[in-house]
Design a protein around this ligand. Structure first.
Ligand code: NAD
Length: 337
C-alpha cells in the first residue's frame, strides 16, 4: 500500500510516519511545506528507509499536488497538514484560512481528479484528521462529545477545521470521494512543538521561567497519547466505513492547573531543584473565546473498529516528561519565549 501523508513533519504526522515505517510494509510520501513548527529531525531515521519519500509542497499549490499524486500514485491519503495552534489563530488567522480551508479543498479536488484519471486505483481512501474542538465547549448539561454533536467552533482554528470537515463531507456526498473523518482530543507525547501546553510547561520549568496558565487553570482537556491517536487513524483508514466519522479519545480528562501541577511534581522527582517547580506557575489573562471543557466519547470506534487505547495517562505523562528532559536540547532550541 502507498500512503500519501500531509504534514508528516508535524507532531502527529511524524509519529504516524515513524509507526508506518517501523511496523508496516507501506510506502509513504510525506508532503509538508516545512512551516516553523515542522521537525524533519523527528523522522530522520525513516528517511533512511527505502519506503520513505518526501516532497516540499504547500497544500495551497494545487498544480504541484496533482503532479505529486500522479508520480507517487497513492492508494490512500492521510491528511494532517494544518495550522494547529489556537493562540496563533487568534493573533493571525490568515494562514489558518488558507492552509486549513483552501489547502483541504485542494487536497479533495486533486484526490477526486486523481482517482478519475487512475481508474485502476480501486480502494482509494481519503482520511481527514480533525479535532474535537469543532464541537466547541461542552455545555453544563452535556457529559461528552459524540460524533453526532453539532458543530460550535469558537476559535479561528476550530472554525477553519470545521470548514474543512464540511468540505470533506460534501466531496464524499457530491463527488463520491471515499472519505473518513476522525475527531481527536488533545494529544501529548514526544516531539511536540513547545507552543503547545505540555511542552510549554516543561520548557519553561527547565528554563526556570514562569509557567503561564490561562485564567484560573480550570479549563478541562481530554488527553490521549499520540501513539494511541495514530493507532486509531490507521484503524479508521484500513477498516473505517466510507462516509463515516469516528471520535478518537482515551478518556483522560484533567484541568490545566491539575496537569501543570502533575508535570511539576514529576520534574521535582527527576531534577534536584531547591524549590518546587509549581512555584513557577503564574495565572495570566484568559484566552478570548477559551473553550471551558472537552471530553470525547470513543464508544463508536471501540465498538465498530475494536479500538482500544494502550497508554494510561499517568504512565504516558511520566514517560513524556522523561523524553523532554532527555531531549531538552531539542526542546529548548524550539522554545520561542
Ligand atoms: P503540527 O502543527 O505539529 O504540524 C503540522 C504540520 O503541517 C507541520 O509539519 C507543518 O509544516 C505542516 N503544514 C502546515 N501548513 C502546511 C501547508 N500549507 N502545506 C503543507 N504542509 C503544511 O500539527 P499536529 O499537532 O501534528 O496536528 C496534525 C493534525 O491533527 C492537524 O490537522 C490538527 O488539526 C489535528 N489534530 C491535532 C491535535 C493535537 O492535539 N495536536 C488534536 C486533534 C487533531
Amino acid at each position: 500500500m502507498k500512503i500519501l501523508v500531509t504534514g508528516g513533519f508535524g507532531f502527529i504526522g511524524s509519529a504516524l510516519i515513524r509507526k508506518i515505517i517501523r511496523e508496516t510494509k507501506y510506502e509513504v510520501l510525506n508532503i509538508d511545506s516545512i512551516t516553523n513548527v515542522a521537525s524533519p529531525e523527528a523522522i530522520e531515521d525513516c528517511a533512511k528507509s527505502g519506503r520513505y519519500n518526501f516532497a516540499r509542497i504547500d497544500i495551497c499549490d494545487k498544480d504541484k499536488l496533482l503532479k505529486a499524486f500522479k508520480k507517487f500514485k497513492p492508494d490512500a491519503v492521510m491528511h494532517l497538514a494544518a495550522e494547529s495552534h489556537v493562540d496563533r489563530s487568534i493573533k493571525n488567522p490568515y494562514r489558518f484560512i488558507f492552509t486549513n480551508i483552501i489547502g483541504t479543498f485542494n487536497m479533495l479536488e486533486v484526490s477526486t481528479k486523481y482517482i478519475n484519471i487512475e481508474k485502476n486505483i480501486k480502494k482509494f481512501k481519503f482520511l481527514h484528521v480533525s479535532t474535537d474542538e469543532v464541537f466547541g465547549s461542552l455545555k453544563k448539561n452535556e457529559k461528552i462529545f459524540t460524533e453526532k454533536n453539532k458543530y460550535f467552533p469558537n476559535s479561528p482554528y476550530s472554525a477553519s477545521k470545521a470548514s474543512s470537515d464540511h468540505l470533506v463531507r460534501a466531496w464524499n456526498k457530491t463527488y463520491g470521494l471515499p472519505t473518513v473523518t476522525t475527531y481527536c482530543s488533545n494529544n501529548y507525547g514526544p516531539w511536540q512543538n513547545p507552543e503547545k501546553l505540555i511542552p510549554t510547561i516543561i520548557s519553561n520549568a527547565l528554563k526556570k521561567n514562569t509557567i503561564p496558565i490561562y485564567g484560573k487553570g480550570n479549563n478541562v482537556r481530554d488527553w490521549i497519547y499520540v501513539d494511541d491517536h495514530i493507532s486509531g487513524l490507521l484503524l479508521a483508514l484500513n477498516e473505517g466505513k466510507v462516509g463515516q466519522n469516528y471520535n478518537i479519545g482515551s478518556n483522560s480528562q484533567i484541568s490545566n492547573i491539575e496537569l501543570a501541577n502533575k508535570i511539576c511534581k514529576i520534574l521535582d522527582k527527576r531534577l534536584n531543584n531547591k524549590s518546587p517547580h509549581n512555584k513557577l506557575i503564574k495565572f495570566v489573562k484568559d484566552r478570548p473565546g477559551h473553550d471551558f471543557r472537552y471530553a470525547i466519547s470513543a464508544k463508536k470506534i471501540k465498538k465498530n473498529l475494536n479500538f482500544s487505547p494502550k497508554f494510561n495517562f499517568n504512565k504516558g505523562l511520566n514517560s513524556t516528561v522523561d523524553w523532554y528532559i532527555e531531549n531538552s536540547k531539542w526542546l529548548l532550541s524550539k522554545h520561542k519565549l
